[in-house]
Design a protein around this ligand. Sequence first.
Ligand code: SF4
Length: 229
Amino acid sequence: MERLKKRWQRCEDLKTKVRRITLLLEKQYGIPRRERSGDPLDILIGTILSQNTNDRNRDKAYQRLRTRFPHWEDVLEARTRSIVSAIRPGGLAGQKARRIHEILHWIKEREEKVSLVFLKKMGFEEIKKTIGALKGIGPKTLHCLLLFGLGREAFPVDTHILRIGKRVGLLPEWMGAEKAHAWIVPFLPKGKCLSLHLNLIRFGRSVCKARKPQCHICFLTKECLHPMK
Ligand code: SF4
C-alpha cells in the first residue's frame, strides 16, 4: 500500500511539473495557435520525408516531390527511381521512396482513391491500429499525423523533446523515443499537446541546444536536473 501511495504521488508530482513547464514555456513564447489541420496525406508524406533529416532538407525534398508530381496519384503511378531522384535532398531517398510508394498503394487498394480523409471518422485507437501497422510509420510519424493532420491530442517526441525531457526530468534517462510516446501521455495537461510540443521544439533550438545548452539564459533552470546547468 505504501509503495502504491508513493508511486501515485510520483505521478502527481510529474503531472504538476509538466503543467509548470508548459506554463513557463507559454509565458515565454506564447500559446501556439492551432491552424486548420493540413491534409492528412500531405502531413504523413511530409513527416516520412522528415525522418533522419532536418527541416530544411525535408522541405526541399517535399517541394521537389510536389513540383514533379502535383497529385499523389502521380506519385503512385511514378517509377520508384523518379521518386528517389525527387526526394534525394531529404536523405535515405531509396528507403523513403519505397515506403511512400507502398503506403500510397495500400491507400488506393483500401479506399479506391489516394486520400487519408477516411481517418477523420476514426477514433484514436483505430487510427493507431490502422496506420501504425504500416511499414515506415513509427510512433513519431503516427503522432505527427494525429496532431497536425487530424487535429487530435497527440504528442510527437522528436530528438529535441527527448533530450529536453531527460534534462528536466520528464523522461527517464534510459528511455528511447519509441517508448517515450506512450510513457509521457498520462502526464500531459489536457488540451496542451500542441502548445507543449511546439514550444519545447522552439526552446530546444534556441536555448536547450544539444551540444551547448544556453543555461545562462534559461528560464527552466529550477525544473532542470542536468548536471551542467
Ligand atoms: S538549465 Fe540548461 S540543460 Fe537545463 S533545461 Fe535549461 S538550457 Fe537545458
